[in-house]
Write a protein that binds this ligand. Structure first.
Ligand SMILES: Cc1cc2nc3c(=O)[nH]c(=O)nc-3n(C[C@H](O)[C@H](O)[C@H](O)COP(=O)(O)OP(=O)(O)OC[C@H]3O[C@@H](n4cnc5c(N)ncnc54)[C@H](O)[C@@H]3O)c2cc1C
Ligand code: FES
Length: 257
């Protein structure tokens, strides 16, 4: 990789469902470097507001680098106004990637809450080539506005199960209502999770009960994304760790949610 900071042109920035957008960047110099689980840190404005970059998991890295995001505050709302041809200052790829599932794994389960689904399409792109590996996505959203058709996951061969808090789509309830869909043999199942802390805590408890190994993709408010400011520190069984430098991927049982 030539350099970590680059200016990339926006190829498209489309609304995929009422809550979520997909931004596609012409990022040839980094697209081949990116591994599933890594993120990019985007400067969303040329001015001083917002001052800090905003971090986003890489959603897909094929021809272009794509992110999948939810406008929730000033930075992400500003990002949603970007048009084809606009240029964004991007740092990355940043952080450590997911480990590939250990030998003997027959079922990979991705448990996602809301926009926490973002790091899993690129993971399924990488895993779909593996022989005799079943890919399962358990997806929890608040309402049907937080769910989009999941076509690309299905094209990658994933079995997709959805739960919504209001029952608008899929099963009514939390994503944990879908745990019954998976095989719980710890010798052949591996879990990846990303989403709100409470959800990942539930996944951690479930995995612990069944002795299933896994990894969690963590998100914290960030500033430098270089391991310098310690602003993104989280508590783990091995002391405080930074999400940007030590993570964002951690052993599922290591994080103290
Ligand atoms: C490694 C990493 C990967 C991420 N990947 C994605 C992604 O793929 N798609 C996506 O939509 N978002 C992702 N996020 C979260 C995204 O960075 C925040 O939503 C964004 O920074 C909010 O900026 P804002 O200015 O719009 O809102 P702010 O005003 O900064 O925040 C709005 C609200 O969101 C909370 N918030 C801000 N940042 C985070 C965060 N990092 N985690 C949890 N809550 C936060 C704030 O406390 C506040 O309540 C990721 C975060 C990290 C650390
Ligand atoms: S954001 Fe500065 S150490 Fe992680």
């Amino acid at each position: 990789m030539d350099k970590i900071q680059n200016n990339f042109k926006v190829i498209s920035n489309e609304k995929l469902c009422p809550r979520f957008y997909r931004l596609c960047l012409d990022a040839k110099s980094i697209v081949k470097e990116i591994k599933p689980g890594q993120f990019i840190h985007i400067r969303v404005s040329d001015g001083l507001e917002p001052f800090f970059r905003r971090p986003f998991s890489v959603y897909r890295a094929q021809k272009y680098v794509e992110i999948f995001y939810e406008p929730v505050g000033p930075g992400t709302k500003m990002l949603a106004t970007k048009k084809k041809g606009d240029v964004l200052d991007v740092l990355g790829p940043v952080g450590n990637p997911f480990h590939m599932p250990p030998p003997g794994t027959k079922q990979v389960v991705m448990v996602a809450g809301g926009i926490g689904v973002a790091p899993f399409l690129i993971l399924s792109d990488a895993l779909k080539k593996a022989k005799n590996l079943e890919l399962v996505l358990l997806y929890g959203g608040r309402t049907k506005d937080h769910v989009w058709p999941m076509k690309e996951f299905k094209q990658n061969g994933c079995k997709v199960f959805v739960a919504t808090d209001d029952g608008g789509v899929g099963v009514k309830g939390r994503v944990s209502a879908l745990f019954s869909k998976i095989n719980t043999d710890p010798r052949t199942t591996f879990i990846y999770t990303c989403g709100p802390h409470a959800m990942m805590h539930a996944v951690q408890d479930f995995a612990k009960k069944h002795h299933i190994q896994g990894e969690a993709a963590c998100e914290e408010v960030m500033a430098c994304a270089l391991g310098a400011c310690l602003g993104c520190s989280i508590k783990t069984t091995k002391g405080f760790k930074t999400v940007c430098y030590d993570g964002p991927i951690f052993d599922l049982q290591e994080v103290l949610f």
